[in-house]
Design a protein around this ligand. Structure first.
Ligand code: FES
Length: 235
């Protein structure tokens, strides 16, 4: 997305708190920067990188109270991914992993196809380590219509109907304090269509759309998907 186009998309959010602004990082990763939120555990303590299990689905909300994201520790370090493309074709670069092994990545958990996402009741989308009849393994697989994303390559689409990658959640790791932060997104966000599609559902669940669309604040709680969602669909 070109800077001018991005600023135009910011205007779409103008009915809510103007959270976002564009920051071009030196590495060439253009970040849509939101308020910096520290990742914490269920007790409110900073999430230490060593406490994050490999190839396990973790969920946290960012940048809004109702927009879920996946946090993953992959089995290898993750370099930045160049030549990523949004649906309209404009290019961007996905950030690589963070942490000592560069293996920690995060993505919006809102599927780029028809916006399936993890709820408290069910999740059709999740990281799948093992190969299955419909999946090659080591992918984020949305079982709703079998869109498959590669988390080691910016959540690039590798199969299925999704027209573009999942949005990257840009992380920072403060090595001195061993603290993780979410600071923004890179790539194609789905927040505007997400809030439009699920307006009534979110209004009911959160006691108002404004609460669902509120920024997460200074901290956001990270939970294993299995502790957040009652039914994770396998495929
Ligand atoms: S909503 Fe995820 S593949 Fe259709």
């Amino acid at each position: 997305m070109k800077r001018r186009e991005f600023l135009g998309s910011c205007a779409l959010l103008s009915g809510f708190a103007p959270l976002a602004c564009a920051v071009a990082l030196p590495e060439g990763v253009e970040v849509r920067r939101y308020a910096r939120a520290r990742l914490v555990d269920a007790h409110g303590n900073p999430l230490r990188q060593a406490a994050i299990a490999a190839e396990t689905n973790y969920v946290f909300m960012y940048p809004y109270a109702a927009t879920p994201c996946f946090l993953l520790r992959l089995a290898k370090s993750v370099p930045p991914a160049k030549a990523m493309h949004r649906e309209q074709g404009d290019p961007y670069m996905a950030p690589g992993g963070v942490g000592p092994a560069r293996d920690l990545v995060a993505f919006s958990a809102i599927c780029a196809h028809k916006l399936a996402y993890p709820t408290r009741d069910v999740s059709f989308i999740r990281y799948q380590r093992r190969r299955s009849a419909t999946s090659s393994g080591n992918v984020i697989h949305c079982c709703a219509d079998h869109s498959v994303y590669d988390p080691s390559a910016g959540a690039r689409v590798v199969a299925g109907p999704a027209p573009q990658p999942l949005a990257c959640i840009v992380l920072e790791h403060d090595a001195a304090r061993d603290e993780l932060y979410a600071v923004g997104t890179a790539g194609a966000e789905q927040f505007v269509p997400f809030f439009a599609k699920y307006e009534m559902k979110l209004t009911f669940e959160y006691g108002g759309l404004g609460r669902a669309h509120a920024p997460v604040g200074d901290t956001t709680v990270v939970r294993e998907l299995s502790n957040y969602c009652r039914n994770t669909i396998e495929c």
